[in-house]
Design a protein around this ligand. Structure first.
Ligand code: LMR
Length: 397
C-alpha cells in the first residue's frame, strides 16, 4: 500500500484558497475582496514607479547572482532596521539588534517560530481573537500550543481592552504573544497609544515575549507613525521579535521580501541569537533570494526614490480611505446605516460584521469574495466596483 494512498485532502487555505476559487469563477462581474492585496483604480496590482525605476537601474548594471549570506543582503537588512526602528536610533547603532532578510512576513514569522523553539523553554503562544488565519496554522505547525487573547468585541465594535489585558495577565511567564503592530488583520481596529502602554506594562510584568507582526507599515498613518509600537517595545528592556514585510508597502507580493528583527540585550547576545536564527534559515531555505531585496534597498537608499516611494505609499493609503468613504455612502444609499464603522477602521481590511453564511451568499449570489470570518479587503475596491459591492452587502443582510 502506497504511503500516499491514505493522504487526506486538506481544506483550501481560508485566504489564498479564495483566490483559487475566484480564479475558477467564470462570472464576469466577480470582485475579489478575499486576499489582502492592494489593487489600483483599474483593479490591478500596481507596479510602483519607484520600483520600476530601481528595476531599470538594476537591469542597466546586471550583476552575478551568487548566494547571499544566510541572513541576507546587508544593505537590505540595514534599510529594514532603519525603517522600523528609526535611522538615527540608539538601537540601530548599538549592535544589539539582529535583522535578517526573510521570505515575506510569513517567512519571518516562521523563522521566528523556529528560533523561539530553541530559545524558549515552553511552547505557549497567544494570538488575538480574531487574528490573521495563518497565525494559528503557522505557529501550531511549528509546534506551539496556540491559544487566543480577547481582542475584538463584536457587540461594541471595538477592542475589548479589559478582556485583552486580563488574558495577557493570566498567561504563563515566557508565553509568546503575537501582537499586530498596526492595521490589525482582520478587524482594522488598532489599540490607542494609551492602550499599548497598558499592554506593554502587562507584557513586561508577566515576562511575556512579544512577537510583533508589522505587515502594513505605512497603511495606517505613515511610515514613521506606524512604527511607533516596535519603537516603544524596543525600549522595554525585554526581548522583542518583529516580523515585517514589503509585500504591501512596495507592492512586491510575489518577490517575498520581508524581515525578521530581534531586539536583544547587548552585542554578545545578538551574536548568539543571530547564530541560531541562521541555523533556522539554513535548514529551511538556505539563504534568501536577491531580487526583491535589491529593489527595496535601492529605493530606500536613494533620497529621490525614497521620496517617490513615500508619495506612492501615501497615494495607496489615501485611496483606501476614499474607498472606505465610498463604501459607506454606497451602503447608506441602499439603506444600510449601521456600517459606518468602515470609515473608522484602518488598513486594508474591514471586518464587516456579516456572518459566515452571509459571506458565502455574497460569493455565491453576487460574485463578491471575502473571507468566511467576515473580512473584506477594502483596498481592492474601486469606483467601478464599489456600488456593486455595496448593493451586494445590502442584499445579503
Ligand atoms: C492576507 O491577510 O490576506 C494577506 O496577508 C495575504 C496572506 O498571505 O494571507
Amino acid at each position: 500500500m502506497s504511503i500516499l494512498a491514505s493522504v487526506p485532502l486538506a481544506p483550501r487555505d481560508p485566504i489564498l484558497g479564495l483566490t483559487e476559487q475566484f480564479a475558477a469563477d467564470p462570472r464576469a462581474g466577480k470582485v475579489n475582496l478575499g486576499v489582502g492585496v492592494y489593487l489600483d483604480e483599474n483593479g490591478k496590482v500596481p507596479l510602483l514607479e519607484c520600483v520600476r525605476i530601481a528595476e531599470q537601474q538594476l537591469a542597466a548594471t546586471p550583476g552575478p547572482r551568487g548566494y547571499l549570506p544566510i541572513d541576507g543582503m546587508a544593505s537590505y537588512n540595514t534599510a529594514v532596521r532603519e525603517l522600523i526602528f528609526g535611522a538615527g536610533s540608539e538601537l540601530v547603532a548599538s549592535g544589539r539588534l539582529v535583522t535578517i532578510e526573510a521570505l515575506g512576513g510569513t517567512g519571518a514569522l516562521k523563522i521566528g517560530a523556529e528560533f523561539l523553539k530553541v530559545a524558549s523553554p515552553q511552547r505557549r503562544l497567544l494570538i488575538s481573537d480574531p487574528s490573521w488565519e495563518n497565525h494559528q496554522a503557522l505557529f501550531s505547525r511549528a509546534g506551539f500550543d496556540v491559544a487566543s487573547y480577547r481582542y475584538y468585541d463584536p457587540v461594541r465594535r471595538g477592542i475589548d481592552i479589559d478582556g485583552m489585558l486580563a488574558d495577557l495577565t493570566a498567561a504563563e511567564p515566557g508565553t509568546v504573544v503575537v501582537l499586530h503592530a498596526c492595521c490589525h488583520n482582520p478587524t482594522g481596529y488598532d489599540l490607542t497609544p494609551e492602550q499599548w502602554e497598558r499592554v506593554a506594562a502587562v507584557v513586561v510584568g508577566r515576562g511575556l515575549v512579544p512577537f510583533l507582526d508589522l505587515a502594513y507599515q505605512g497603511f495606517a498613518t505613515d511610515v514613521e507613525a506606524d512604527a511607533a509600537v516596535p519603537r516603544r517595545f524596543a525600549t522595554l528592556g525585554i526581548p522583542v521579535l518583529v516580523a515585517s514585510s514589503f509585500s504591501k508597502s512596495f507592492s512586491l507580493y510575489g518577490e517575498r521580501v520581508g524581515g525578521l528583527s530581534i531586539v536583544t540585550a547587548d552585542a554578545d547576545e545578538a551574536a548568539r541569537v543571530l547564530s541560531q536564527v541562521k541555523i533556522a534559515v539554513r535548514t529551511t531555505y538556505s539563504n534568501p533570494p536577491t531580487h526583491g531585496a535589491a529593489l527595496v534597498s535601492r529605493v530606500l537608499g536613494d533620497a529621490g526614490l525614497r521620496t517617490q516611494w513615500d508619495a506612492e505609499l501615501s497615494g495607496m493609503r489615501e485611496r483606501i480611505k476614499a474607498m472606505r468613504q465610498a463604501l459607506r455612502e454606497g451602503l447608506e444609499a441602499h439603506g444600510v446605516t449601521d456600517m459606518g464603522f468602515v470609515t473608522d477602521q484602518v488598513g486594508m481590511f474591514s471586518y464587516c460584521g456579516l456572518s459566515a453564511e452571509q459571506m458565502r451568499a455574497l460569493r455565491a449570489e453576487h460574485g463578491v469574495y471575502g473571507t468566511d470570518a467576515g473580512r473584506i479587503c477594502v483596498a481592492a475596491l474601486n469606483q467601478a466596483n464599489v456600488e456593486q459591492v455595496a448593493a451586494a452587502i445590502a442584499a445579503v443582510r
